[in-house]
Unconditional design. Structure first.
Length: 409
């Protein structure tokens, strides 16, 4: 019976008796069965963490490479593959050591926890190929032409501490400790080869608190991500998200491009604005998420409709209207809110949005969209873009392979 209960069950059985002990055995079995359902496969044609239903938490890190040898880089990706595959199954990194004089390979804070639907997604930035004019790893000829630092947009207030990176790690999980553990151990493996440039944690509403099928709300209280490609529609995903053979660098086929923007929200200012002003800013009703003049979140907006004063029902400077444009540019948004205590300069909340968008080609998708928004979006009155980065998200990997293997062929 003790073997069936496991270590955690033994402790509970000692503290209980009679019926309580039997219930503990049942709970232990259910926990074990539930943990199997909390695993998202690491291996596959595309990396997980892109079309995966958004988990409760994110821990994102951008790293700068200190390695100078290409073989070091190849080994790093191989080591990361093994570690990531283990952690996404809820396992420790490496073998457990019985030598008390040697640091454990796994840092241990996720011991006993389920995988919590952990996904780990890897990407590479422009600096991996060429940095300060130097072809660092002999990969200059492999650099995709679309992988360039994003242009400077109007009203950007970018800070170096939140901008760029040679490599990114996106860890998402339904438990923040599991997500942090993943990044912590991957950074530890990279010691001597890479260092953290910047990192950010984030959250969405927990699945226990709201329906998984509902569009999450941002810290302004509005639904964020209503207009997204249908991840179940392969044709739509191939057209909007996945890089295709013939797009340029074929080693990236099956991957994607990730744009990351750290956007501070001036929520105290927002909280003093009227509901009418807030809805006009987004172009949507706050309670339903419906376009102004419509009833339901996914109703088509009528950009030709006029109010009784002859003004557009959906204002021309509203966020939704400008983001949609002519409808030809679409990205897969997967953003998370963040709250980092107090902004010491203003005494207000340091909070906002970690915007993450995936697309097939940033030159024809995100960049023209952001140019429109930066120029005319009424939401700019309440936000400030503090961080920015772009990464080529590597294709998925099959078992016995390693992340980035197509890049190094």
């Amino acid at each position: 019976m003790l073997k069936t209960a496991g270590a955690a069950g033994v402790g509970l059985l000692i503290g209980g008796s009679g019926i309580g002990g039997l219930l503990t055995l049942t709970d232990a079995k259910q926990t074990k069965e539930q943990s199997k359902k909390d695993i998202v496969p690491f291996y596959g044609g595309h990396q997980a963490g892109i079309t995966t239903p958004a988990q409760n938490h994110i821990y994102f890190a951008a790293l700068d490479l200190t390695a100078t040898d290409r073989n070091e880089l190849v080994k790093l990706f191989k080591d990361w593959t093994s570690a990531a595959a283990a952690m996404t199954e809820g396992k420790a990194v490496g073998e457990l050591s019985s030598n008390e004089y040697v640091p454990p390979k796994d840092t241990g804070e996720a011991a006993g926890l389920s995988a919590a639907n952990l996904t780990i997604t890897f990407g590479v930035g422009p600096g991996l190929f060429v940095k300060n004019g130097v072809d660092r790893f002999g990969l200059k000829s492999r650099k995709p032409k679309e992988l360039n630092d994003l242009p400077s947009f109007e009203f950007d207030a970018l800070e170096e501490q939140w901008t760029g990176g040679d490599i990114c790690i996106q860890a998402c999980a339904d438990d923040l400790q599991v997500a942090f553990h993943a990044v912590r151990n991957l950074v530890r493996i990279a010691r001597g080869k890479a260092v953290i440039h910047w990192a950010q944690s984030g959250f969405q509403r927990a699945k226990q608190a709201g329906s998984e099928k509902e569009t999450p709300r941002n810290l302004f209280g509005f639904k964020d991500g209503s207009i997204n490609p249908d991840v179940a529609n392969q044709k739509e995903m191939n057209g909007q998200v996945w890089v295709q053979p013939g797009d340029g660098q074929d080693w990236l086929a099956g991957g994607s491009y990730m744009v990351v923007r750290k956007i501070q929200m001036f929520i105290e200012v927002w909280d003093r604005s009227t509901l009418r002003e807030q809805e006009a800013t987004f172009g949507r009703h706050r309670d339903t998420g419906a376009p102004l003049g419509q009833k339901n979140e996914f109703d088509k907006a009528d950009f030709n409709a006029k109010d009784k004063n002859g003004q557009p029902v959906v204002p021309i400077d509203s966020h939704m209207r400008l983001a949609k444009g002519d409808g030809k540019q679409q990205i897969l948004r997967r953003g998370y809110s963040y709250a980092d205590g107090m902004d010491p300069q203003t005494g207000s909340f340091d909070a906002g949005l970690l915007f993450i968008g995936f697309q097939r080609n940033p030159e024809t998708q995100f960049i023209p969209m952001q140019k429109r928004l930066a120029r005319n979006d009424k939401l700019n009155e309440y936000t400030s873009h503090k961080g920015s980065a772009i990464f080529a998200i590597l294709p998925g990997v099959e078992r016995n392979g390693s992340i980035g293997e197509t890049l190094f062929l």
